[in-house]
Design a binder for this molecule. Sequence first.
Ligand SMILES: NC(=O)c1ccc[n+]([C@@H]2O[C@H](COP(=O)([O-])OP(=O)(O)OC[C@H]3O[C@@H](n4cnc5c(N)ncnc54)[C@H](O)[C@@H]3O)[C@@H](O)[C@H]2O)c1
Length: 503
Amino acid sequence: MAEKITIGVVGAGTMGRGIVQLFAQAGHAVRCFDAQAGAAQAAVEHVVGMLQRSVEKGRLSADAFERIRANISVAGDLPALAGCGVVIEAIVEDLGVKRELFRSLEAILADDAVLATNTSSLTVSDIAAGCARPQRVAGLHFFNPVPLMKVAEVIAAVRTDAATVRLLQALTEGAGHRAVVTADQPGFLVNHAGRGLYTEGLRVVEEQVASPADVDDVLREGLGFRMGPFELLDLTGLDVSSRVMASIYEQFQQEPRFRPSSLVPPRVAAGLFGRKSGEGWYRYEAGQQQRPAARPVPALPANLRVWVDPHAEQADGLKGLATAAGLALAPRGSDADLCIVQPWGMDATTTALLLGLDPARTVAVDPLTPLGLRRTLMLTSVTAGPARDAAHALLASDGVAVTLINDSGGFIAQRVIATIVNIAANIAQRGIASVADLEDAVKLGLGYPHGPLAWGDRIGPARILAILRAQQDATGDPRYRPSPWLVRRVALGQPLVMPEAER
Ligand SMILES: NC(=O)c1ccc[n+]([C@@H]2O[C@H](COP(=O)([O-])OP(=O)(O)OC[C@H]3O[C@@H](n4cnc5c(N)ncnc54)[C@H](O)[C@@H]3O)[C@@H](O)[C@H]2O)c1
């Protein structure tokens, strides 16, 4: 438990309020300052109101409420922060203004006081460069809403000393949040690890493989993401997200893995920001997202002969589905009206040709999504209408939803997961954070059902590598080049997340 120190919070907006509440609840005296007259007082009243609601709901005792309230005070001016051991700024996202604030604070605070910035997109070293004691400057990046998002990134800038990092870690953990330590690199940890969902989701749509709603459905229902990339972009606002995408790409010196999609700027120009403008990837009526109607399920033809690739991951399940639907199983692909394959990383056309099947009668089913969840059905470039409809009817015959997509190496889910795992592997390769911090940051900060590397282990690191290599071969796009960190672990037969004892 961190010792109780007096904490100053500068900037009493969305983030500042949450930070005040968090540390006051943890037992620290918190002084809140805002440049705008009345803003700090309004923030304190807001926090007190939140605490009062907790008392009414029985989550907080009246005694605890009084103790917490007594911890919070308004600072009338910056000098009133003298004596604070740590000051956290959550002011406007502007380098010059933040530098100026830290310079002023250094003149007021003791030499060993720590200055922490809640910046999302600026380089912490840049803010610290204006300070006389950059070793006492670090990032402390919270997520909105602060009390509920149980993780904060402690950003060690180039000159930050270890004691400063340890102090911020202890403070954060003492307040009940997981403190993950990250290097001062673009997007820090959470926003860096979260890139893959957007970049690859946008590519899938860009290549006409599937619609935004299809991508969202497959990732949400098939893989367990809370929201798909297009739902998330609509929530954040494409005007805001497009700036983040462009800035991370530029800050990483135009790394192809983060290349923004050309689909985005015209939509921003047209004002399709998302929920707040009434239309984005989806339309909103009275705040309700309007989803496109699901494709109707065709009737299942009688006397259909189905061949399932015996090497397919879910061969037994798919054959069982066919026989349960009263269909006959063909012994060879050449005898079948419908051939079903399950490639990893490869597209349906290439798979059909490799197996000597007729591409007009071949479809592919994503082996990554469990058969009981939403199924992705991929067509070759020439799958005929009757084979497509028969496959759709068969896959929907037990009531599971089906998404039809056009030919694409890696379907939707494989592409997105392989991209996320590869970016995470490269975060580990670059030593931006420890594997344990990376995994927790993604689960807590992004709400993914698994940490990215643990997710890679569940699917199989060799399989992830095979998906990336197949995509790299098929497209020639360097964004799929696998991280050496992943390549070496696969070569050694090692898991991506090592058991604690072997680290
Ligand atoms: N909103 C988010 O989801 C989020 C998440 C993580 C980090 N951040 C970062 O946190 C910081 C604050 O964001 P926010 O959303 O709370 O902003 P906000 O606009 O809600 O609040 C900013 C507050 O800072 C005050 N302010 C501006 N300049 C000041 C100065 N020089 N001195 C004192 N007060 C000043 C403003 O009056 C305002 O009350 C930004 O750096 C932002 O990038 C925001």
